[in-house]
Design a protein around this ligand. Structure first.
Ligand SMILES: *Cc1c(COP(=O)(O)O)cnc(C)c1O
Length: 373
């Protein structure tokens, strides 16, 4: 067997090394260094927002966003069941109630037509999560949020460089968040960003990030925060990566289109949608959904691919099926058939920026061989 093809490898071929060296040479390695502000400003500008608050990871960004909005006991937040656990943890921990909607079978994003029926007098916010490369259909969500006076938290962790009807993803939430984990379009190793236009929310997030130290009485606290500070070294990486974002998005699109061209027509498998009427896919990852008729599930397909040297990852496991949440008494008897099917039959193949054309051909060959049987 030739070399294993991992599911993701980042590309660090720009100014990453130069900026990192600068951190070491100047001694600015903590969260006080100059790259942080520069990265925050340039990233926020890129998504058309007034404020950027760099944090330790995308999960932390969501935690702070939920807390900054003042959500608490008994407040209801409508969100997709098909997402990562990061979206729900702070909602549950603060005593708020996650209210779920199912997914659209083609875009895999939250089915926005299910939102309105879930609204009650306790609903405070909608958390939208753009999944795998296509944005959530935002116009209906914005309309509902406005009519019912709801806040929007926008998880744009997978959407750097993506737009919805020409407007950047990350510009739609009262608070929006990003991740810079190495499998995202741009990476800082670990890292995240909160963006908002609201001065007060931005100030709250900055305070929450820094343990809610007070400017005047540093060690006297009026609120509980976290230490979510990003280091200058992470911001150095982020800045270098941000310079290459357009190139990265072009490359991801090229890769997605290539995969689709090579896999198109393969029986028994559903490929990602290339376009909707509001966006072109940026293929954060390249997902496949097996037809039930194929006779085995995603887990089995991934096992077979691994034995042929091809890395892959399962799709998200829905929130309403999470053992830890079920044990808390959440989502009892609830079913979301589309999300359940995505979790059972969906997985993704190597999609990282460092993937070569040759590797892609090997991946496709093995996928075809695996699924054709
Ligand atoms: C990656 C991701 C996160 C979490 O980001 P981390 O930086 O890994 O904590 C949150 N939401 C979505 C949709 C993600 O893809």
């Amino acid at each position: 067997m030739s070399d294993f093809i991992p599911v993701n490898e980042p590309l660090l071929a720009g100014n990453e090394k130069k900026y990192l060296l600068e951190c070491i040479e100047t001694g600015w390695i903590s969260s006080e260094g100059p790259f942080i502000k520069e990265f925050e400003q340039k990233f926020a500008a890129r998504v058309g927002r007034k404020h950027g608050i760099a944090v330790t990871n995308g999960t932390a960004a969501l935690d702070a966003a939920v807390d900054a909005l003042g959500l608490g006991k008994g407040d209801e937040v409508i969100m997709p069941t098909f997402t990562i656990i990061s979206c729900i943890t702070q909602i549950v921990r603060c005593g708020a109630i996650p209210v779920l909607v199912d997914s659209d079978p083609l875009t895999w994003n939250m089915d926005v037509t299910q939102i309105e029926a879930k609204i009650t007098s306790r609903t405070k916010a909608i958390m939208v999560v753009h999944i795998y490369g296509l944005p959530v259909d935002m116009v209906p969500v914005l309309d509902i949020a406005q009519r019912y006076g709801l806040k929007i938290i926008e998880d744009a962790a997978e959407m750097h460089g993506q737009t919805y009807r020409g407007k950047p993803c990350g510009s739609f939430g009262d608070i929006s968040t990003f991740s810079f984990y190495p499998n995202k379009h741009i990476t800082t190793g670990e890292g995240g960003m909160i963006v908002t236009d609201n001065d007060e929310l931005a100030e709250t997030c900055r305070s929450l990030r820094n343990l809610c130290f007070q400017p005047q009485k540093r060690f006297v606290h009026e609120r509980l925060g976290w230490n979510l500070r990003m280091t200058n070294m992470q911001a150095a990486l982020g800045l270098a990566q941000l310079e290459q974002l357009d190139k990265f998005v072009d490359r991801k699109r090229e890769m997605g289109e290539r995969y689709t061209a090579l896999l198109h027509g393969l029986p028994g498998v559903q490929l990602p949608l290339a376009h909707t009427d509001y966006a072109d896919n940026i293929y954060w990852i390249y997902g496949l959904i097996l037809d039930d008729a194929i006779g085995f599930d995603a887990e089995e397909a991934m096992k077979r691919l691994a034995s042929k040297g091809i890395g892959s990852r399962p799709f998200f496991y829905p929130m309403h099926k999470q053992p830890v949440l079920k044990r808390m008494g959440l989502f009892d008897g609830e079913h979301y058939p589309v999300a359940e099917r995505l979790a059972l039959q969906g997985f993704y193949i190597p999609s990282g920026l460092a993937l070569t054309g040759e590797q892609m051909e090997r991946v496709v060959e093995q996928v075809i061989e695996t699924l054709a049987k």
